[in-house]
Design a protein around this ligand. Structure first.
Ligand code: ADP
Ligand code: MG
Length: 323
């Protein structure tokens, strides 16, 4: 498509290329989309990613950026044990090269959309003199199980995590497969109490579950599954720090009763690695048994977007708000 052909040619092109889903009665081409969800409930999530903050077009291909923009949203739907249905794609395109860029973003998104039965059902397209900004909104529905919230953890619950953690920024953050299928399989085979996807890092995201559930946790440093992407030349403590705080793992962290947890580990319904990393406690503290067997306050960490301040900044370098 020629760059001069503009916004409407681009939208037509996306429309022609998007796989249809039965729940989408009206997709691209009208003022709004119309969806029909038989389950009667809708799961909605949105993420905005900005060039220079969440990705760098100077370092990544547009296809991999497009894929990531969809994948981080799918990970949020997964965290609710939901089935994604339709994605809405809002683009702020740079004036120069914006049209071919949009096509390549979309080319990167499409295989993932098809893999997870998601229709690109609408969006908005703007052109400006700033950098690329991509906002994706996904609608889905509960997949035959109650949505799993952050707020359901009980004292005594086991804490389980899928996959392995740390080092994602060396490449996995662009290529990960969101745990949509795993989340549904886990939620169907056990009564999950709470779940979150790990976008900011275990140390940070675990605290979201604890705060919403008004509980605490004790995790065991020796059990944290560390990804092969973490430099093996580092000390065990440094490797652990990466696993706890790097972020962008997009794995699932979940809690469930010890009985259900033991059954799940005995007979896992997913191929992904599943590891018990600790337990939920009544006392609202976040503790870790370290490599020396000592119980310490879990170092906080992970990423948090901070507003500008005139105070000297002792916070970790911001890479922007996360998924
Ligand atoms: P309106 O001016 O009524 O908001 P638009 O011209 O913005 O309509 O959009 C026309 C149609 O194209 C709508 O169905 C909208 O959802 C869709 N659309 C616009 N931009 C995108 C995009 N980047 N990706 C997918 N669909 C888009
Ligand atoms: Mg519009």
């Amino acid at each position: 498509m020629a760059e001069s052909s503009g916004e409407f040619a681009l939208i037509d092109w996306i429309r022609r290329n998007s796989a249809r889903q039965p729940q989408v009665e009206t997709g691209i081409g009208d003022d709004a989309a119309v969806l029909r969800f038989d389950s009667g409930r809708t799961i909605v999530t949105a993420d905005m990613l900005m060039d220079g903050v969440h990705f760098r077009l100077s370092e990544s291909t547009p296809e991999s950026v497009g894929r990531k923009c969809l994948a981080v949203n799918l990970s949020d739907v997964a965290a609710m044990a939901g089935q994604p249905t339709a994605a809405f794609l809002c683009l702020a395109l740079p004036r120069t090269g914006g049209a071919p860029l949009a096509e390549r973003l979309y080319d990167g998104m499409k295989p993932l959309a098809e893999q997870f039965n998601v229709e690109i059902a609408g969006g908005d397209t703007n052109i400006w003199d700033g950098p690329l900004v991509v906002s994706v909104t996904i609608l889905g529905e509960p997949a035959g199980v109650e949505p799993i919230l952050r707020s359901g953890a009980h004292p005594g619950d086991w804490l389980l995590v899928t996959g392995s953690l740390g080092g994602s920024l060396s490449g996995r953050h662009l290529t990960f497969t969101p745990r949509v299928q795993e989340a549904m399989a886990l939620a169907r085979s056990a009564s999950l109490h709470a779940m979150i996807d790990l976008s900011d890092g275990l140390a940070s995201d675990l605290r979201h579950i604890l705060r919403e559930s008004q509980v605490g946790a004790l995790i065991d440093a020796n059990t944290i599954p560390i990804s092969d992407d973490v430099d093996p030349a580092l000390s065990p403590a440094e490797q652990l720090h990466h696993a706890l705080t790097d972020g962008e793992d997009f794995e699932l962290l979940l809690t469930l009763s010890p009985e259900q947890g033991a059954a799940l580990l005995q007979n896992p319904p997913v191929e992904a690695r599943l590891t018990k990393i600790g337990t939920i406690s009544a006392e609202q503290r976040c503790l870790m048994v370290d490599f020396d067997g000592e119980t310490v306050e879990l170092p906080s960490g992970g990423w948090e977007h901070r507003f500008g301040s005139t105070e000297p900044d002792d916070s970790p370098p911001s890479r922007g708000d996360t998924e």
